[in-house]
Structure formats: structure tokens, C-alpha cells
Design a protein around this ligand. Sequence first.
Ligand SMILES: NC(=O)c1ccc[n+]([C@@H]2O[C@H](COP(=O)([O-])OP(=O)(O)OC[C@H]3O[C@@H](n4cnc5c(N)ncnc54)[C@H](OP(=O)(O)O)[C@@H]3O)[C@@H](O)[C@H]2O)c1
Length: 311
Amino acid sequence: MKAIRLHRSGGPESLICEEAPIPKPRDGQVLIQVHAAAVTPTEFAWYPTFHTPEGNARPFPIVLGHEFSGVVAAIGGSNRDVRMGDSVYGLNDWFMDGAQAEYCLVAAASVVPKPATVDHARAAVVPISALTAWQALDRAQLSKGQRILIHGGAGGVGSFAVQLARHKKAHVIATASAVNMDFMKRLGADEVIDYRTTPFETVVRDVDVVLDTVGGETRDRSWGVLRKSGRLVTIAADAEGTKQQQVRDAFFIVQSNREQLIEIGRLIDGGVIRPIVGAVFSMDEVRRAYAEKPTRGKNVLRISEGDRHGQ
Ligand SMILES: NC(=O)c1ccc[n+]([C@@H]2O[C@H](COP(=O)([O-])OP(=O)(O)OC[C@H]3O[C@@H](n4cnc5c(N)ncnc54)[C@H](OP(=O)(O)O)[C@@H]3O)[C@@H](O)[C@H]2O)c1
């Protein structure tokens, strides 16, 4: 099969598109023929990208991209939840090879029917970002009528968080760049702040929830806009290693969740939320897919021509 692989640690310049063996599913695993896989630039800095769960160095070559949309090509052992040829999407284990290849392995329990109303490229940007947004709003216990400030509203996670918060009938305030002001409104934000020209703390106060996808001084300045007993949730990577207990407590890492991903697919098919794709690249354009930051949403690699027909 064709696969994009890393033979040494580094950045996108180290990615090589080459021939590789098709992996074989073990009991409880499914082999996916990948049609599209999303691009997550921060993956080069993730611990599991270059380590095993036991803390050793992961052997090269390594395949990135842990969210996919595709078709079930083989099933390891017996499994009643998936059938050969099913169109599915999902995310696979951070410590395993990812989906930027014509085939990838995934735990059968993490495979979910793909939403039927979107093509594989749109489906591929859903699993990590939508599950993160879903789990963040759950942790924040966001409920109807509450006010939420979402930093980075046009980003991969932010674009789902805005739509899901709106769906929960919360009052949504989003920060974004000027180019995305109208886009944020169309997605369901009640108020939008251009973070480059307006310090958010000068126009926002007493919110019930802050969802921080940015980190650093944006998060530092966010505590002050919470109402008494308001909640801040952060997903920004710099929260993981900090010594500040308050920040550590506010941080979480997304987990695969079959039921939530099924529900997210239903919301997509129901027209309640829509996945936002930045740009679509071929496998040979992978370095550009990482280098060219999308204006909104996430970039995608088209792995198979089948994607053009959305099947
Ligand atoms: N903990 C977890 O489980 C988890 C899961 C998913 C992602 N993450 C992390 O969460 C972060 C966001 O992920 P993502 O996929 O949503 O990234 P993304 O698509 O790059 O989105 C980030 C957004 O933040 C905006 N932004 C940048 N600086 C800002 C500022 N100072 N104030 C307000 N907005 C600002 C950017 O807008 P402009 O481009 O217009 O500047 C962009 O739209 C990344 O660091 C990612 O690694 C963590």
C-alpha cells in the first residue's frame, strides 16, 4: 500500500510518501481502507507519536493521522458490530500507526458508521475535534441559557464547540480572526470578538464557561471573565506540563467514545452541525497539507479516489 511515513523524528519535512506493507488485523481489530485522513499539525509534539505506552522510543517508521473515514476491508476475529464494506469513521490509538495510509488498523470498538450526508473528507475531520468539543462541554456542564466563551471558535475544535454549544441553547461568545467574523455568526455564535484587535476581557465578563483551545496568556486572562463558580476547560497542550494545579485540573485529553461519535454522526445527518474542512490535499502533497494553515476547520488528505463519490 501507499503510506506516509516518518523515518526519524522531526516535522513535516520528514514525511515520506512510499510503499509499505498492509497491516493485518488481530482479534478485536478492524482493517480500514482509508478514503480520507485529517491533518493534525501538533501531532509532531505529542508524546505517543514517538513513545510506547511503556515509555520507550517507538520504532520507526511511524504513520501519523489518527482520525479517518473509510471502508471496512477486513475484520480480525469475530465481531458483530462491523461488517465488511461498511462505511465508517473514527479515531485510532495514539500509540499505534495512524491513518495517513491506504489502510490502517483500529480497535473494532472505536469504529462507527460514517454520517451518510457528508463525504469522506468531511467525515475525516470530525472524530478528534468533535469528540473533544463534546467532552469539553460535558466537563464544563454547559446547560441551556448559560453563557460560554469559546477561544479559537473557527479552529478544528472551536468550530464544533460553537455548534454544539448553540445546539445546547447556550449563549455563545467566540473569539476568532477578522476573516472569520461572519463565518462564526453563520455557525451559531451570538457574539464574535476579533481577538487581534479587541482584548476579550474588555468586552466579556461573568460567563459560566470558558473553553480554551489556545492556552498561554489567553488562558491566563480568561479566569477573570468567569462568574463566581464558573468553569474553565482547557485542551491546549501547554496545560499538560504546567505546575499550576488550577490549570492542570482544567485540562483533559480527548478519548475515543463510540456512543458519542454515533450521536455526533446523527447530529451531522440531521443538519444540526457541519464539519468544516480547510483544504483537501493528495498524499503526495502531504507536506503542504501540514504547512498551509487553514483559515478555518482542518486540512484533509484524500487517500482514495472513492472519496470523490462520498462512498
Ligand atoms: N487535549 C486534547 O484532547 C486536544 C484535542 C484536540 C486538540 N487539542 C489541542 O487544542 C488546540 C486547538 O486545536 P485545533 O485543532 O482546534 O487547532 P486549530 O484548528 O489550529 O485552531 C486554533 C484556532 O485558534 C485561533 N487562535 C489562535 N490564537 C488565538 C488567540 N490568541 N485567541 C483566540 N483564538 C486564537 C486560530 O485562529 P487564526 O488562525 O485565525 O489565528 C485558530 O482558528 C491545539 O493546540 C491542539 O493540539 C487538544
